[in-house]
Design a protein around this ligand. Structure first.
Ligand code: NAD
Length: 369
């Protein structure tokens, strides 16, 4: 059956990075009968230039209808002064909101060849493979009231509200347990139940749904501050970490630094399964931005984007062997000492975006043959 991919390359290095994924898709169609059908749209600054909006309604409809969306990056100095509601990032926020992408998956994988580039000792991160699942549409970033009020005595009060309902915790925990089953079968849930009521509820709901539906998966609970400490002390103790929007924002950035460069980090955002087909809406994107400082120079690292496509194969199409092979191809190329500038090291060979993409494709084709 045809698999519909909607590509949104965006601005800056987004199009360069997605260009390397396009080569892999073409190979999979030609040599592996993958039957991908691709369409392409505009998001971010380029969409504003064309339509006066960060994403058009027509492209939004295509994103909603696709099996998966591949997103490059948005933004750049050219659009710094456009009105707030049509700024480039508004395109990504609309995609997340309209597609109801409540689960953000951020893997932190440390390829052995890059262990020395981590800010931690190589032995702590060599072979690291953890998955942080962050709740993306609730919590303190969205809760009301959210305001600054004037107290009238020369003082002001800033208010944000942390709110989680049972269903929000159940659905994100469900994603964590299901994905753990495809990995090392262990989930660590992080909250602050010692000081936050929402943390008490989070802990209860995760415990209950675990008992009711996922008791085959190992479950631990950790206070989020202790979790942050353990992430930099002994990160390999974790398999899947599930946490709320705020703690997930911070903990996933901490975990990101364990693995070296921004140019290496993929992510996925998933919605609820469709009642009829069971398929989840999904968007895959690198963690990095549009990198205006290097855009158009052909030197961007395409690995975060290619690894995001590997996540797409795994989570949207259940193409596990192909996803494993693509990730292995990335590891092999790094083992061969092939590097873009951002991850360059002594004794390695520096290449540009296209050559890095070609090297990964060659390895992938070999592994898939
Ligand atoms: P950035 O991630 O674009 O770049 C930070 C630094 O990392 C830069 O020096 C850049 O050259 C380098 N870098 C990033 N990705 C790289 C890659 N693949 N290969 C090699 N080097 C890479 O973050 P920034 O500079 O803070 O933001 C630039 C623009 O991107 C801004 O307009 C910002 O709003 C936007 N942004 C967009 C997203 C997104 O689209 N999801 C995310 C973050 C920032």
């Amino acid at each position: 059956m045809a698999k519909h991919l909607f590509l949104l390359p965006g601005d800056g290095i987004g199009p360069e990075a997605i260009g390397e994924v396009r080569k892999i898709i073409a190979h999979m169609n030609d040599a592996m009968s993958a039957d991908f059908v691709t369409d392409e749209g505009l998001v971010g600054g380029c969409a504003y230039d064309a339509h006066g909006a960060a994403i058009s309604d027509a492209d939004m409809e295509k994103a909603m209808a696709a099996d998966a969306v591949l997103f490059g990056a948005v933004g750049g100095p050219k659009w710094d002064s456009v009105p707030y509601e049509v700024r480039p990032e508004a395109g990504l926020l609309r995609l997340r909101k309209d597609m109801e992408l409540f689960a953000n998956l951020r893997p932190a994988i440390c390829y052995p060849a890059l262990a020395a580039a981590s800010s931690l000792k190589p032995e702590l991160v060599d072979g690291l493979d953890i998955l942080i699942i962050r709740e993306l549409t609730g919590g303190v970033y969205f809760g009301e009231p959210k305001e600054i009020i004037d107290l009238g005595n020369g003082q002001k009060r800033g208010i944000d509200t942390q709110i989680y309902d049972t269903y929000e915790i159940e659905r994100i925990a469900g994603v964590a347990f299901e994905l753990a089953r495809t990995r090392k079968n262990a989930v660590c849930s992080m909250e602050k139940r010692n000081v936050m009521k929402s943390g008490v509820l989070w802990n209860q709901v995760v415990t209950e749904i675990h008992k009711a539906k996922y008791s085959d998966v190992k479950l631990d609970h950790m206070l989020a501050d202790a979790g942050g400490m353990q992430l930099v002390r002994a990160p390999k103790q974790f398999d899947v970490i599930v946490t709320d929007n705020l703690f997930g924002d911070m903990l996933s950035d901490v975990a990101a630094m364990l693995t070296g460069s921004l140019g290496m980090l993929p992510s996925a955002s998933l919605g609820a399964p469709d009642g009829k087909t069971g398929k989840r809406k999904a968007l895959y994107e690198p963690v990095h931005g549009s990198a205006p400082d290097i855009a158009g120079k052909g030197i961007a690292n395409p690995i975060a984007m290619i690894a995001s496509f590997a996540m797409c194969l795994r989570y949207s199409f259940n193409m596990i062997t192909e996803a494993d092979n693509l990730e292995k191809a990335i590891a092999n190329v790094l083992d061969q000492g092939i590097r873009t500038g951002d991850i360059m090291a002594d004794g390695c060979r520096q290449v540009g975006t296209g050559d890095m993409g070609d090297a990964i494709l060659k390895e992938f084709a070999g592994l898939s043959a």
